[in-house]
Write a new protein. Structure first.
Length: 355
């Protein structure tokens, strides 16, 4: 019989391999404790790996929709706040006009004009509201500011296109400027005709998109679930915006003019009518977006429920017992410590000690 010598070096190498293997297992066990899932699901599941992959993909897709919906929710909320400000300004303008009636007191007229100016400024500012780098009321032209300022003057001293269009229309109709004292000769029928036949079409027709608005008629849409798409924005080309612009400009340009009482009454009545259209139109937009908000909320509830079900199924496949994984780590730590101790003792062995 032949025997082979086992050197202390061989034993040390065996201990070193044991330590290395135990450390690798500890890394995997620690990962399992942290994630609650197998460190190597493919090895553990075998033929069921494809099912785990499919479930994980479905969970990620649902989470992506939930994340996208949070942006949609933010856009809708910001749109509602802006529309609320516009509606409040329109309501304030209407109340001022109703209280004004045929009043010719200069102080009262100045106050009414200032109210109209404030309403116009608020309207333009709110219509140009942006969120996450997108203009909310630009339709699908989200990178373009929807409305130009009516009172803006360019570097050449020229008025805005909307202001020029108003001045040209008034001059063409009456042969004078609104500030001319001769406007007192304009009859109630004539001012009504001007508002209905000359000025209103500039706002309700195609001129709106050439003098005021750079928005598109098409609104933004968003997919909020696998099968549901909603309107997620409004456009400054909607009727409520057009009539708000019209009513505000009438107030700014004409309330302070020297009209006779009959013409002023006709003017104020038409302005009140247009303000009513603005309020109604803006409220229609708010209602539509409110319905979208409700659908997003319901979609999120459904998506969260679906995601919970899928993750429960996924956890049944790849989930690990945290207690068992922790116990495994403790055992491996004990093994590594024991191996280190044995290795240390082996390294301290010397033939000299036995001579």
């Amino acid at each position: 019989m032949k025997t082979s010598n086992i050197s202390s070096l061989t034993i040390q190498n065996a201990m070193r391999l044991t330590i290395s293997d135990a450390q690798n297992q500890m890394v995997e066990a620690q990962k399992e404790v942290t994630t609650g899932q197998y460190a190597d699901a493919g090895t553990e599941l075998g033929g069921q790996s494809s099912m785990a992959i499919n479930l994980n993909r479905d969970s990620l897709r649902l989470q992506s929709l939930i994340d996208t919906n949070s942006l949609v929710t933010q856009r809708l909320a910001s749109s509602q706040n802006a529309l609320d400000s516009i509606a409040s300004s329109a309501q304030s303008l209407q109340e001022t006009l109703v209280a004004l009636g045929s009043n010719t007191d200069e102080s009262t007229l100045n106050t009414a004009t200032q109210t109209a100016t404030t309403a116009l400024d608020t309207f333009v500012d709110m219509a140009n509201t942006s969120s996450n780098g997108e203009y909310l009321f630009a339709g699908t032209n989200t990178d373009v500011k929807p409305l130009t300022s009516y009172t803006a003057v360019d570097s050449n001293g020229d008025d805005s296109a909307a202001k020029q269009a108003f001045d040209a229309a008034f001059q063409a109709k009456f042969g004078m400027d609104p500030s001319d004292d001769a406007v007192s000769t304009i009859s109630a029928d004539d001012i009504t005709s001007f508002l209905e036949d000359d000025l209103e079409p500039l706002y309700t027709g195609s001129d709106w998109t050439t003098t005021w608005s750079a928005a598109s008629d098409d609104t933004m849409t968003s997919r909020i679930s696998k099968s549901e798409i909603i309107q997620s924005s409004s456009t400054a080309n909607a009727d409520g915006f057009r009539y708000m612009g019209l009513a505000s400009v009438i107030g700014v340009e004409l309330l302070g003019s020297n009209f006779n009482s009959e013409a002023r009454t006709a003017l104020v009545n038409k302005a009140i009518e247009y303000t009513g259209y603005a309020i109604s139109g803006i409220n229609d937009e708010r209602t539509q977006l409110g319905l979208s908000q409700e659908r997003v909320t319901k979609a999120n509830t459904s998506l969260a429920t679906q995601k919970d079900i899928i993750e429960t199924q996924l956890n049944d496949l790849v989930g690990v017992d945290a207690y068992e994984a922790s116990t495994k780590i403790n055992n491996l730590q004990s093994l590594v410590e024991t191996s280190y101790t044995l290795t240390s003792r082996l390294q301290s062995l010397s033939l000299v000690d036995y001579l």
